[in-house]
Structures are given as C-alpha cells and as structure tokens.
Design a protein. Sequence first.
Length: 132
Amino acid sequence: DRFTPFKVPFPEGQQLRRMLIANDVPDRFADLLVRFGAAVWDLHVKGTIKYQVTLRRLIEAGEYLADGYAVIPSLEAAVVDGIDNPLESKQVSAIVNMMRRGLVDQARLACNRLAAVPSWASAAAWDIFLIV
C-alpha cells in the first residue's frame, strides 16, 4: 500500500483557537468558531452525523466574518452548504441557529446528559434540549 491512513483527533479548545488565529481568523471570532466546531464534532463523535467539521471550513467561516458577514450566513455558507446529506445538513443548521441565540454550550451539556434522544433532525428535538 502506498498510503497509510491514520486518525488525527479534532483539535479543541485553545489548540483550535490558536490554529484559527494562526490562519488569519480575527481573534474576536475565534471563540465563536471553537464553540461551533466543538458542537458539530460532538455530533460526529456520538455517531449522530457522519459529517466531520474541518479546520478549513472553520477558517472559511472566519474569513466571511472578517469580511463583515453576519454569523448565521457565514456558518451556513462555509459549513452547512457543503454537507451533502440533507438530514445532517439540518442538524448542523440547528446548531448554527443556536449560535445566534447563544445556546450552543447549553445544548452540548444537554447532549451529554440525554444521549438517548432519537432524532436531532427536527426543531422539536432541539426544543427538548432547550427545556432541560
């Protein structure tokens, strides 16, 4: 075999923040992108979605933000629009909408407590997390 695959864990926290800033993402947007990236990665790790958010997509969102675009259109264009599976696209879009309301951290905590919730695709499923 000419190629040997190896898994690299998704960078989180300060490591991801430093990587974003090193790639010219303005400091004022780095924490937002770290929270968003961690929330989407959590969905992948739990097996809810197959999509793996990448540093490249987060950097692209940071570029849109730096150019003056709002948070929702930036994340939708850089990340959500690139997801082929419509169900997964809706799930990640729900996280984007939670970013607008500042609820991503609460949703991550609820996801950890309520891993048995059957569907993340509908708004009703997200409403369950907002009640907790």
